[in-house]
Design a protein around this ligand. Structure first.
Ligand SMILES: C[S@@+](CC[C@H](N)C(=O)[O-])C[C@H]1O[C@@H](n2cnc3c(N)ncnc32)[C@H](O)[C@@H]1O
Length: 258
């Protein structure tokens, strides 16, 4: 997706973003717990959420972890960052920057090194992931950890066929991301986590119409409406139940390598 289109997409989505994802009360605490556990976060860590968006997950991580150093919410979209809340929730500091800006040292961060970094559903927006992930790995402190949370190569969402096909064309392969982390000198692993989503069908159709995934902004209004009809026909049931499965690509810097 072209940079300008992507920025426009998130600028338009920002206001409703948390509401779109607030449909499942368990989802945000569950995912935040998975991130905390995978990264083995501790209150003394210096942490960054890169591509944090509205801070939906960072807020919950900070609430539970009570970090001693503010957790950095890094995102190039001012509109998404503006939804962090005013006054800012305790323990969060917004940083208007892209993953590339951090990797290339183009923005000043309050910490020279980071103990833990995660990118949740933002790595697909990074133009040159090998280079950028290397730059991010270079900012890790000894024993620092980096987690990329991403959808796998195919998904079982109740979307229309053309969207599922396009998703598979565009989505990076978690195995490639793992190999970039390994080339950046990290010890790596891939695991998967899964959560069953149960959504009111009309609500889900509204989310598709709001283009809740950036992928959907590659379709015109009439294609979206046609797609919604296709979903309606394929799913007459009032509640859609489907697995939301994520790859967790984890990298860890050995203590002596930093
Ligand atoms: C699907 S949203 C995910 C937001 C958040 N991580 C979450 O899971 O709710 C993708 C986010 O990536 C951000 N983004 C786009 N390009 C980026 C880049 N080059 N570096 C970092 N973040 C980027 C967007 O502004 C958007 O907030």
């Amino acid at each position: 997706m072209e940079q300008r289109a992507m920025r426009g997409h998130y600028a338009g989505l920002a206001v409703d973003y948390d509401e779109l994802w607030g449909y499942e009360p368990d989802y945000v605490p569950w995912m935040s717990g998975q991130i905390t556990e995978a990264l083995q976060l501790r209150p003394n860590d210096r942490i960054a959420d890169i591509g944090s968006g509205t801070g939906l997950f960072a807020r919950e991580v900070a609430r539970k972890l009570q970090p001693r150093h503010p957790l950095l919410c890094v995102d190039p979209s001012e509109e998404m960052l503006s939804r962090l809340g005013r006054p800012l929730p305790p323990g969060l500091t917004p940083v208007a920057a892209s993953a590339e800006d951090i990797a290339e040292d183009r923005v000043h961060l309050p910490y020279e090194h980071l103990d833990a970094v995660w990118l949740k559903e933002s790595v697909h927006h990074v133009a040159d992931p090998a280079h950028t992930l290397q730059g991010l790995a270079d900012r890790l402190a000894p024993a620092g950890r980096m987690l990329v949370v991403m959808l796998p190569g195919s998904i079982q969402y109740p979307l229309f066929e053309a969207a599922l096909v396009r998703f598979e064309e565009l989505q990076p392969d978690p195995a490639d991301i793992e190999s970039h982390l390994r080339s950046a000198g990290l010890e790596t692993s891939i695991t998967h986590v899964e959560h069953e989503l149960r959504l009111d069908r009309d609500r889900y159709l509204g989310m598709v119409r709001a283009r809740y995934m950036s992928l959907l902004s590659t379709f015109s209004d009439s294609e979206i409406e046609k797609g919604i009809e296709e979903i309606r026909f394929a799913h007459p049931e009032p509640v859609l139940a489907f697995p939301d499965r994520f790859a967790f690509v984890l990298g860890r810097l050995r203590r002596e390598d930093a």
